[in-house]
Design a protein around this ligand. Structure first.
Ligand code: ZN
Length: 234
């Protein structure tokens, strides 16, 4: 595995991973995507993944030839053992330490491990994930130290040289919109607003200026606030 020209994007269909897909397409000759079915309460994100890929291909001809295969991995055992608001029908809440019950323990660790195993098979050593610890929900597996430790563990455990890229790690949500604009102009911003999905409740009924969602869950609040600050900064 010595391919420095290819990248594998952990692609959920949300704003962050859609921005990471564009980042990878701008930096690598061949880009594949991987998504995970882990028993999410709402399948809407998984539907958005395909639409985002199709729209990206259509609206950005310079990237179309670079966008390769999509992989959807079955990780439903993770949902079966997790008692969280992402995988059970329960109200969103936070615990005494301030950790939301939308946190699925081990999720990103498992995702990175499966992505690396897939990268191994596909000959891809650059893995790209939209995790961020600047303007986030406090998930410990989104932290820079976690990702760096994961990179070390994967490279020791597989005797390889994977590089885990996290282009959004030090960006807040407003700066993530700025990055999208830098990568693909207003067309990419519009594509992400329209076709990416962030809402924890899986709502896509109401269209806000920042996209679709219930407008009240923590993910919608974060996205709406980021969009507001992005528009003010323009
Ligand atoms: Zn919501």
């Amino acid at each position: 595995m010595r391919d420095g020209q290819s990248a594998l994007v952990l692609f959920s269909g949300g704003q962050d991973s859609a921005t990471c897909l564009a980042w990878a397409l701008a930096h690598y000759r061949r880009v594949e995507t991987v998504g995970f079915e882990y028993g999410q309460r709402h399948a809407v994100e998984l539907e958005c993944r395909q639409r985002l890929r199709e729209e990206t291909r259509q609206r950005f001809p310079q990237w179309a030839a670079r966008l390769g295969d999509d992989h959807l991995l079955d990780l439903r055992a993770l949902g079966q053992l997790s008692e969280t608001a992402m995988t059970r029908d329960m109200a969103i809440d936070t615990d005494a330490k301030g950790l939301p019950n939308t946190f699925v323990p081990g999720r990103n660790l498992v995702f990175f491990t499966y992505a690396a195993a897939l990268g191994w098979r596909r000959g891809i050593r650059h893995l790209v994930a939209g995790v961020c610890e600047t303007d986030y929900s406090g998930y410990p597996d989104c932290r820079d130290d976690t990702v760096k430790a994961m990179q070390v563990a994967l490279n020791l455990g597989m005797d390889e040289r994977f590089v885990l890229h996290t282009p959004l790690m030090w960006l807040d949500k407003a700066a993530t919109w700025v990055l999208a604009e830098q990568l693909g102009g207003d067309a990419l911003v519009e594509l992400i607003v329209e076709h990416s999905h962030t809402c924890y409740l899986g709502e896509r009924g109401q269209r806000h200026d920042w996209g679709y969602g219930c407008g009240h869950c923590p993910a919608c609040v974060l996205r709406a606030e980021g969009w507001r600050r992005y528009r003010i900064g323009q």
